[in-house]
Design a protein. Structure first.
Lengths: 889, 440
């Protein structure tokens, strides 16, 4: 039970939980106490003194923003004394304020303007000289105008308390206090835009929309960001169909109003001038503009001809997991019914499939059993293979909140070093950090499990319930020597023991699994092993505990649940689950295609060998994503029919026979399912660009022409069908209700299920030489995510390009010394597959022996990568390679 | 420094006035130093030491005059984990210079006081937060700490009693506000020195969020004597029951012998200025007195017989504050004096609270205008209004302090303001509101 207190505010009686601030209690009875420095997300600082109220039995006026409600308190917010106080504080704040509203972007939604209208006379008694700061350049994306600053420090506190970036600070004293960034270079931060959003006045604004609007000219649409799996709720504001700005309201969505750089500044992709406006058909080797009728008819005719000649399994379909659930659902239905094949895959294949597969295997769920809220209230958090801030920034904020505000213990296993002065490096907050090479994740996890076993930390109930399982796992880890683990991870046995002890001690533990695991060999196996860890420590199945694989793409989770995969039907149900097939066949009134179906890599192989003749590719760019060594280009070129639905003329679209212009998320309606399994509505913010159309509409039109009409009036109608077939799409609430582990599946896993592949999962595997042992000029190249880009199109967002416009080859200064390389040097990086020339960046956070290159600028780097395909999950791996590095001539 | 011939038995300044006294450990020990620590360590329970201090009636000498023993008693009782003592040696209040002398001339007396307080509150670590400009004081303290450590009065296992008392000197960086106890804590933690919102009070969440006591140098220096000679003795000095003990008054301004005078609390202003400080420096009569540092309201000659103890001074509308007594003779422009003080406060306002930040700059500009004979009659109303709108509405007591000089000069010497303004009106310069540089 929450303890409550009763109080009276302006005559309203109200009961609130103990600890509620008076300002919040007042809000609940509809009384708005004017304020500047207060923000529900931040610790009270009570510096603006705007929120003064009268509280009975207290001699002085009190700040409502910092005074907790107490039993029997009598608060008055509108007495003469209080009104006078509000007036006077405003008079002070306005004294040095330039009142340049006509040229201020905040005008029209400015707290200072609003309160001034409410409380102050139109003339001021202030006749002295106003303080003026010289204008200073701040950053490419963020504009400051310090004369307008009311020194509420919300920006500074947000940057520290919420973001943990600490890029801003007040400098100077008294009226000369200015908000600045440290040091003399330009702002170096995560560019989350939080300071822009939280500034109550126009002192910090976005340069992307400078002088372009007044708030009342803007049209708003609440929708969901497409840059990552976190699924932030955003409000896109437009003026005459132009994207003006993105914001997110406090309390909105799973992100609670917080955003990252991509969400806040990366919105210009949809209106990029390169957007495809018309269908294109290849004529005489060239892609030329065509009408929708011509293009669609040509596709339908060709497809029918090829299907007659080669059968449905000569077709393959690939869809990007950035599409809506409605697109994804209709796509797989199109492939299964209109075309008649199981050759279906999506970009979830690049990693998400691994996570889902492990969850299904061990606990019978396809989703997380935890939510963001469980991350926040976790006592221990283990992050494996994820610098979470860079891939899933908002999940990262939840982790930061757990650690910073609630003292959770953070354990990280990552190919990064904690380093002072680096931002977005979650390892900096870790109590136990294991810095490993990309092939060291598994040895490190096994080290933890070995410590659990050898320190007798295995859950007693589990040992009794599943003695065989515990014994098998124990034996497996006992066989591994500490020396070998230490060699593979560079960490001591004691460090594993210490970390394990602090992990097992806690009641609520969550493990986050990132791309370092999911997009690397045997990602599914290692995820299962992490579930073993949770089982062994006894956390598995407890409230708030679970293993959570992080979705990289905004709708990775939806792609799997919609059945856009050869092995899954909508649900997801296993494609060979007879009951599920029967159910679906009944709903669709059609038999489902039989046979195994081809995965992405198998389709490419099929195209290369000629068994695949045609492909429908929707919003996906394998020719651009996979390294050249995969031979994707050549394979796709040999197809008789390649149809691409795309926003831009990508590497893949360039190879197509027909390119159909699809619209972006900003122009369509539908739903996305975020990494925690939360289904959210996508709403169009602008009209369709050119002749582009939503993907589902294009597929629907094609289905009609191909003689198997899948007709829907709008996205909602598709959603209705989804809802009738897939659990978890029923009611769209404000927060997800996560599934519980399926006990039957867990029991069968503990009985026998664990044993298949156990031996492989519990070996250390081969490992590359750590750099200490390296005498040559080699390094391990790892292609990674960065905070400022995500997905295929962020390099078309002008805002993000201003923060990061090119890739650099980052390595540890020690390796720099070893290789004779200095910051800014041009280097030639090569191996047997190819070479590239790039620029060196020395960074403490990169472990010795490793070199990082951002995947969004890796066209050249990809030449050095070799693809291997997971035999079990068909996931292609190509994120790292051994390379030779030398100074470019 | 000028020193009067003692008229009472001195306590705090006694040692340093002995001929040849260097403040070394040997000198201090010879004068009976560290006996108090010996007397209690391992022998008297900490709670009892606190009780003794409460009984002595010792009140804080840093400004607010809060009873020391009661403050210590606010620390959570059953708390395990670290607690801290901070010795406030930031002494930046204009007209106040007693802590400096205590630290420079008899550092061990301060250290023994710190050790006693640490023992009483169960703190193993004490920080002396010393004003940055006190370079000499910091050096002397460092040296004294080393001596005391070597002799076993500080460090691990003090005097074999199994108690740890580590003392560190931390130099400030030049902000007056860092003398405010919570700003001091922020600064010690390595942050920008801005006062914290209270509650929580330092006793529950102070340095690094741990229970902390902050005491002024002079407050702490009294402790060895209270222990050695007993609380009853201390409580009998001064004007009991509310203002016990001696007080070091820092007399400055237009007197013959400015300097530090240790006298029993409760002697009159007149006594202090004319008996001790030698009276006015010239034949001009006394015009104004600041009785307790720049933050205290002015007194007039009418107040010469006010007793210098906490209650009497407060009753007369000012405060005893830090003990800085500034005397001004006839002929001093009180508007100018108010401006001079306001310039200090404007310079030192940390800027956290809107009323103080903006108000101090507004007040100082208006005052400057009046002094420069460009004032208007309505400015006086604005000044009063602004002062009233700052006081009581800020995070820290600075807001109350900064308005005292203006409000009290307006109260007693309003005619001086009016004269300046009338001159301005007469030659038409009231209309030149903007300074020449800003007029276009
Ligand atoms: C603006 C401001 C400045 C202060 N400066 C000092 C100072 O320099 N030295 C000091 O001892 N106390 C100073 N104080 C008082 C302290 O906040 C605190 O009350 C005192 O150190 C407590 O010690 P005491 O109880 O022994 O007096 C200041 C208070 C304020 C509001
Ligand atoms: S810039 Fe804005 S948020 Fe930051 S202190 Fe100034 S007014 Fe507050
Ligand atoms: S990229 Fe991810 S974290 Fe950033 S705003 Fe979009 S959904 Fe949120
Ligand atoms: S009252 Fe003045 S000095 Fe004190 S916290 Fe507020 S702004 Fe700073
Ligand atoms: S909102 Fe309460 S002091 Fe600023």
């Amino acid at each position: 039970m929450v303890e409550t207190v009763k109080l009276t505010i302006d005559g309203h009686h109200i009961t609130v939980p103990k600890g509620t601030l008076v300002i919040e209690a007042a809000r609940q009875v509809g009384v708005m106490v004017p304020h500047f420095c207060y923000h529900p997300k931040l610790k009270p600082d009570a510096n603006c003194r705007m929120c003064l109220v009268e509280i009975e039995k207290m001699p002085k006026l009190q700040t409502a923003c910092s005074t907790p409600a107490a039993e029997g308190m009598v608060v008055r917010t509108a007495t003469t004394v209080v009104n006078e106080a509000h007036k006077s504080v405003l008079e002070f704040i306005l004294a040095n304020h330039p009142l340049d509203c006509p040229v201020c972007d905040q005008g029209g939604r400015c707290d200072l303007q609003d309160f001034s209208h409410e409380y102050t006379p139109t003339t001021s008694r202030f006749i002295e000289v106003k303080r003026v700061f010289p204008k200073e350049y701040f950053s490419p994306l963020i504009e400051t105008q310090m004369n307008r600053c009311v020194q509420c420090l919300r920006c500074v506190r947000y940057c520290d308390e919420v973001m943990d970036v600490k890029a801003l600070a007040p400098s100077g004293r008294g009226t000369m206090t200015e908000i600045k960034h440290f040091t003399h270079h330009e702002l170096d931060c995560e560019f989350c835009g939080g300071c822009v959003q939280i500034c109550p006045v126009g002192a910090i604004t976005s340069r992307l929309s400078m002088y372009e609007f007044r708030p009342w000219m803007l049209k708003r649409a609440d929708t969901v960001c497409t840059y990552c799996g976190d699924g932030c709720q955003i409000t896109i504001q437009t003026k005459e169909n132009q994207l003006i700005e993105v914001m997110s309201a406090q309390g909105a969505g799973r992100n609670n109003g917080d955003l990252c750089a991509r969400g806040f500044f990366g919105y210009h992709v949809s209106t990029h001038p390169d957007r495809l406006q018309h269908p294109l058909i290849r004529r005489n080797g060239e892609l030329v503009q065509a009408t929708w009728e011509d293009a669609l008819e040509w596709v339908a005719e060709t497809a029918i001809r090829l299907k007659l000649a080669h059968g449905p399994n000569a077709f393959g379909g690939l869809i990007g997991a950035r599409c809506t659930n409605e697109d994804l659902y209709l796509f797989q239905k199109f492939m299964r019914l209109v075309v008649g094949t199981n050759n279906i895959d999506s970009s979830a294949r690049y990693g998400q499939i691994n996570g889902v597969r492990a969850l299904r295997r061990v606990q019978g769920t396809s989703r997380w059993t935890v939510t963001f809220d469980d991350i926040v209230s976790a006592e221990a958090l283990l992050l494996v293979g994820t610098n979470v801030t860079e891939t899933n920034p908002i999940t990262g904020l939840k982790v930061k909140e757990a650690v910073k505000k609630r003292q959770a213990t953070l354990l990280t296993i990552e190919a990064l070093e904690p380093a002072v002065g680096t931002i977005s490096n979650i390892a900096n907050l870790a109590a136990h950090h294991f810095s490993v090479q990309p092939d060291g994740f598994k040895p490190a996890v096994l080290g933890l499990i070995k410590a659990v076993v050898e320190e007798n930390l295995v859950s007693q109930p589990l040992a009794q319930k599943a003695p065989g399982y515990v014994q098998a796992v124990s034996e497996a880890v006992r066989r591994l020597s500490w020396q070998a683990i230490e060699r593979a991870t560079g960490s001591s046995s004691q460090s594993f023991i210490d970390a394990t002890r602090s992990f097992t001690r806690t009641a609520r533990a969550v493990i986050l699994v990132g791309q370092g695991v999911l997009r690397a060999p045997d990602g599914s196996g290692l995820t299962a092993t992490l579930l073993d860890l949770l089982l062994l420590t006894g956390h598995h199945g407890l409230p708030g505990c679970g293993v959570a694989p992080l979705a990289e793409e905004n709708n990775d989770q939806g792609a799997v649940e919609m059945g856009a995969a050869l092995e899954y039907l909508p649900g997801p149900s296993d494609a060979n689950d007879q009951a599920a097939r029967a159910r679906l066949a009944q709903a669709w009134k059609e038999e489902l295609p039989k046979g195994p179906g081809k995965s992405l890599m198998e389709m490419i192989e099929g195209a290369r060998t000629g068994s695949l003749k045609a492909m429908f590719i929707v919003g996906e760019n394998p020719a651009g994503s996979l390294p050249p060594s995969a031979g994707t280009m050549e394979a796709l070129q040999s197809l008789d029919l390649l149809v691409c639905q795309e926003l831009f003329l990508t590497e893949t679209a360039r190879l197509a026979h027909v390119v159909l212009p699809a619209c972006s998320y900003a122009e369509k309606d539908g739903t996305f399912t975020n990494t925690e399994g939360h289904v959210q509505s996508v709403r169009h913010a602008i009209e369709l660009i050119g002749e582009s159309r939503p993907d589902w509409e294009i597929l629907s039109a094609l289905s009609v022409l191909m003689g198997y009409p899948l007709e829907y009036g709008d996205a909602k109608e598709i959603f209705k069908e989804i809802r009738s077939l897939i659990p978890g799409y029923g009611l769209l609430g404000p927060a997800p209700t996560p599934p519980r582990p399926d006990q039957a599946v867990v029991e069968s896993y503990l009985k026998t299920g664990y044993s298949s592949g156990l031996a492989e999962r519990y070996t250390l595997g081969e490992r590359r030489a750590a750099s200490g042992e390296r005498k040559d000029f080699s390094l391990t190249l790892l292609v990674t995510q960065t905070l400022f880009h995500s997905g295929k199109f962020s390099t078309r967002a002008k805002g993000l390009l201003q923060v990061q416009a090119e890739g650099a080859f980052s390595l540890n200064p020690a390796d720099g010394t070893r290789l004779g390389l200095a910051e800014g040097d041009r280097v030639r990086v090569s191996n047997d597959l190819g070479e590239m020339t790039t620029t060196v960046k020395l960074q403490d956070r990169v472990p010795v022996g490793l070199a990082l290159f951002p995947e969004h600028f890796d066209q050249e780097a990809r030449r050095l990568l070799r693809v291997s395909t997971d035999p079990a999950t068909q996931v292609p791996y190509y994120k790292s390679a051994s390379v030779k590095v030398e100074k470019a001539k | 420094m000028t020193m009067a011939k003692p008229k009472y038995e001195l306590i705090l300044l006694k040692n340093m006035l002995q001929p040849g006294y260097t403040g070394s450990l040997a000198d201090y020990e010879r004068a009976g130093g560290y006996q108090a620590l010996r007397k209690i360590l391992g022998k008297v329970a900490p709670a009892e030491v606190t009780a003794m201090v409460t009984k002595s009636g010792l009140r804080g000498r840093g400004g607010a005059g809060f009873p020391a023993g009661i403050k210590w008693g606010f620390l959570p009782k059953d708390y395990q984990g670290p607690k801290y003592l901070c010795c406030n040696a930031d002494e930046s209040e204009p007209g106040t210079f007693k802590d400096r002398q205590l630290m420079e001339r008899d550092p061990h007396q301060v250290l023994e006081g710190i050790a006693i307080a640490c023992y009483a509150i169960g703190a193993e670590t004490a920080y002396i937060y010393i004003r940055g400009e006190f370079v000499l004081g910091a050096k002397i303290l460092e040296k004294a700490i080393a001596e005391a450590r070597a002799a076993g009065y500080l460090g691990k296992n003090v005097l074999g009693a199994g108690v740890t008392i580590d003392v560190w000197v931390h130099r400030g960086a030049g902000a007056y506000i860092c003398g405010e106890e919570t700003a001091l804590l922020e600064s010690l933690e390595g942050k920008r020195g801005l006062p914290r919102v209270k509650p929580p009070f330092p006793a529950t969440a102070g340095l690094y969020g741990k229970p902390t006591v902050i005491n002024n140098v002079e407050t702490l220096a009294n402790l060895p004597h209270i222990i050695t000679r007993g609380p009853e003795w201390f409580a009998s000095i001064g004007s009991p029951p509310k203002s016990t003990g001696m007080r070091i008054f820092c007399v400055s301004g237009h007197v013959k012998r400015p300097g530090n005078y240790e006298v029993p609390m409760g002697i009159t202003c007149r006594d202090l200025i004319f008996e001790h400080a030698g009276g006015m420096r010239s034949d001009k009569p006394l015009k104004a007195i600041i009785p307790g540092g720049a933050s205290a309201s002015f007194f007039t000659p009418e107040h010469l017989d006010v007793k210098l103890d906490f209650e009497s001074v407060a009753q007369a509308g000012s405060m005893l504050g830090s003990g800085g007594v500034t005397v001004m003779e006839e002929g001093t422009s009180m508007v100018w004096a108010a401006l001079r003080l306001m310039e200090f406060f404007h310079h030192e306002s940390c800027g956290k609270c809107s009323p103080c930040r903006e108000g101090s700059s507004w007040l100082v500009q208006t005052l400057r205008r009046i002094v420069n004979k460009r004032g208007r009659m309505q400015d006086l109303e604005t000044l009063t209004d602004l002062c009233q709108n700052i006081a009581g509405r800020t995070v820290c007591a600075f807001g109350d302090a900064e308005v005292a000089p203006i409000l009290s000069t307006l109260k007693y010497w309003r005619h001086e303001y009016e004269e300046l303004i009338r001159t301005a009106e007469a030659n038409g310069s009231s209309e030149l509101l903007m300074p020449a540089a800003a007029r276009h």
